[in-house]
Ligand binder design. Structure first.
Ligand SMILES: [Zn+2]
Length: 427
């Protein structure tokens, strides 16, 4: 039994139709458009005999009616909120993958030894309340109610107020934090959002780790002065110093580390005035914590050295930090094995973007599958992935879900299809 690209297309097109009109998809968390998308998923899951529960933190969970909610499940999830003018696949592909697996399991009369669950995490993008991975973080117990209450949208409405005002009061609200052993294994399918798979002509990606992040805000303060009357040797040009620093971020980001200066503000920003104050961001990412630290330290030293050489003041503040997350080896083995059994060409790769799976990895075994993004485009109306490619990803995921679920009456040590755990496969 293989996943149906036609059913997946219908799901994704219907959910895209739930967005506000305009270029691309507009579907912020807890808006009527958001709940319409959740309701569509609930309709599909309801037809398969799944019960819907909404957690007190706004996540939506589906399990077969009659199954124990406290019993460890194999879960597949992602998100349905979108960035403004976003694409139709980001997050949606992962939720639809869960729905399609529920259909395939139903066709085979639920041949799992434990419950199967589909989870829709709220506010993954942070586009409404300004904080990414909000739902999954709360689910993993890493966001207190107090912190959640402080998250507000542009109109001053808090996350919890927006949820309480908008949610379907008929839905059963359940405890928001995943209990010990509630979810035995978590899988997420996501669009790649880059060109690595397309370039390698690989059908799917098996994610080894999700990168850690270090983000800084740097301000160089020099002296604004007349562009004509000030000799070069007497200048304290903050923008020229920032230019040197930006080049060094690129030069020092070696190996697998990626370094970006995405934001730059220079004052007074006038053609005939030497810049006196320049602010810029530095964003460094790597899956190796030691490499990330080494590059981060080298970049900060260079930023300070440049200020000293030019007699400027440098103010450096770390604005964000997250540790790399290595995804669970046994589940990755299952995904590899599933791909090899199906003869699907895969690539093992890191994820440069954050995903709900990294929060789930803190509380349970978690793994991810990427499907190719055409032209690497994402977070824009042009975002696209062939439906057949998503179906292949679902096929691979289904094999791993079966291995994690184990046979009925058996444990979760179900057969992974006889593949050697360390096989390198077709890469
Ligand atoms: Zn996403």
């Amino acid at each position: 039994m293989r996943a149906s690209a036609d059913r997946i297309r219908l799901d994704i097109e219907t959910i895209a139709g739930c967005s506000a009109s305009g270029p691309g998809i507009d579907r912020l968390t807890f808006t009527p458009e958001y709940w319409a998308a959740v309701d569509y998923v609930a309709g599909q899951m309801g037809a398969l005999g799944y019960e819907r529960k909404t957690t007190v933190h706004g996540n939506t969970r589906f399990r077969r009616e009659g199954s124990e909610w406290a019993e460890p499940a194999v879960a597949v999830g992602s998100h349905l909120d979108a960035v403004p003018h976003g694409g139709r696949f980001d997050g949606v592909a992962g939720v639809v993958a869960g729905v399609e697996i529920a259909r395939l399991l139903a066709d085979q009369d639920d041949a799992l030894g434990r419950p199967f669950e589909v989870i829709v995490f709220a506010e993954e993008e942070g586009a409404r309340f300004g904080s990414v991975l909000t739902g999954s973080k709360a689910f993993a117990g890493r966001l207190s109610d107090c912190e959640l209450a402080q998250l507000k949208d542009a109109d001053g409405t808090s996350y919890l107020e927006a949820f309480a005002e908008s949610s379907d009061s008929a839905a059963t609200a359940v405890s928001g934090v995943v209990g010990a052993g509630d979810v035995a294994s978590y899988f997420e399918l996501h669009i790649e959002q880059s060109v690595v798979l397309e370039t390698a002509r690989a059908a799917i990606g098996i994610v080894q780790a999700i990168v850690g992040l270090r983000q800084y805000r740097v301000v160089y303060s020099g002296t604004a002065n007349h562009a004509g009357a000030t000799p070069m040797r007497l200048r304290k040009d903050s923008l020229a110093a920032a230019a040197r620093a930006i080049v060094s971020v690129e030069e020092l980001s070696t190996g697998a580390t990626v370094g970006t200066v995405g934001m730059l503000v220079s004052e007074p920003n006038a053609a005939n005035v030497i810049p006196g104050r320049t602010l810029f961001s530095v964003d460094l990412r790597d899956t190796d914590p030691l490499a990330l630290q080494a590059v981060g330290d080298a970049v900060l030293k260079r930023i300070r050295d440049i200020a000293e050489e030019r007699q400027l003041q440098a103010e450096v503040k770390m604005t964000a930090e997250s540790a790399p997350v290595v995804l669970f080896p046994r589940l990755r083995d299952s995904l590899r094995c599933s791909a090899e059994t199906l003869g699907i060409h895969y690539l093992e790769m890191p994820s440069g973007a954050a995903h709900d799976a990294q929060e789930m990895a803190g509380v349970t075994e978690a793994a991810m599958v990427f499907v190719p993004s055409i032209g690497g485009r994402s977070h824009c109306p042009e975002e696209d992935t062939p439906y057949e490619a998503i179906a292949l990803g679902v096929d691979v995921l289904l094999g791993a879900v079966r291995a994690a679920g184990g046979p009925p009456g058996g444990g979760r040590e179900g057969s992974a299809g006889g593949c050697a755990a360390s096989t390198q496969g077709v890469q």
